[in-house]
Design a protein around this ligand. Sequence first.
Ligand SMILES: *Cc1c(COP(=O)(O)O)cnc(C)c1O
Length: 382
Amino acid sequence: MKIPFNKASITEKEKKYVIDCLNSGRICGDNKYTKLVEQKFKELFNTDILLITSCSHALDMTAILANLKQDDEVILPSYTFVSTANCIVSRGAKPIFVDIDPKTLNIDPEKIEEKVTSKTKAIYVVHYAGVACDMDRIMEIAHKYHLKVIEDAAQAIDSYYKGTLLGTIGDYGTHSFHETKNIVMGEGGSLLVKNKDEFAIAEMIREKGTNRKQYFKGFVDKYSWQMPGSSYLPSDVLAAILYGQLERLNEIQTKRKHIWNTYNKLLKEYEKQNLLKCPYIPEYATNNAHMYYIILPSEEKKDEFINFMKSNEIETPFHYIPLHLSKMGEKLGYKPGDLPITEDYSKRLVRLPLYADMTKDELNYIILKLKEFFEREIKHED
Ligand SMILES: *Cc1c(COP(=O)(O)O)cnc(C)c1O
């Protein structure tokens, strides 16, 4: 049995909407399905959210909106996807990497304040595995030093911090609908902008720097170039896929949570025997079952685990190479040893397969192989 790490769940519903969109002849952005998606966002998040070509692009837009410039400093974790940092360096600003909390693998708020200087402009936080950062503490620091807060909530759809949806707490919030996320459109993302005036600017940036949106709303009688912008509006064909996924959100989430809980029930037993560390969900956070990761006792054990699973045709990838250890990180002046927890944990983490359409047989097979690996570990220790 060959088990991939991830697989998008596409049903007749999504296909029906895509066909409807294609048949309509209206397949560029901001048509029927983009509007339906944005209406659904409004129901879910209780605020206006823009559909964007990707979360990476939405992050690029936040860097423009936050007016990041040459020599500005921006705080973020090193343990994240490249896009969180690309949006900063593409504006000429300097990423200031902060270590993570070993419990959640999210940016450690207690290590943020010591990195704040007179040049600091913003904090980018990442809700790793869809589990919330300690937002009260982060917002407190941001208010004290007048910093913008951007939530990279790429993995965090349908996840909460103290009852508030992730992506709605900071000045800007971004989500991803890339194939590997909980709900998908192939490539796509979204942008939430708290400030109403800035929201109108975001609409212009998305529409090549024009006020086309205001023209369609009837606010102006001609539309024209207003400011620098680009094309961050996805095709309605892709929006049609996401519309189907949004209608299936609860179904997809129920299935994902079942798999997550099944892994957790088994692996918690091995955690008690110190064979691994399971994900930790703080009191203030919910779990959206974006990811099930485990931390093994050493890098060698992690490699052994990946190879064992691979020999059984189960794909269990590791995750981020810390950004400060990358070629680009080196160019920015970082070196090994700068962020010890990030470096240690990234070497020992692996992710288990998790997708809504996983069959009972597939899940049972993975559970069987997990047991086989860890029971063997117990024997070795005796
Ligand atoms: C997936 C992801 C992104 C990028 O999302 P795209 O929609 O693929 O551009 C950015 N940040 C994090 C934390 C992610 O997991």
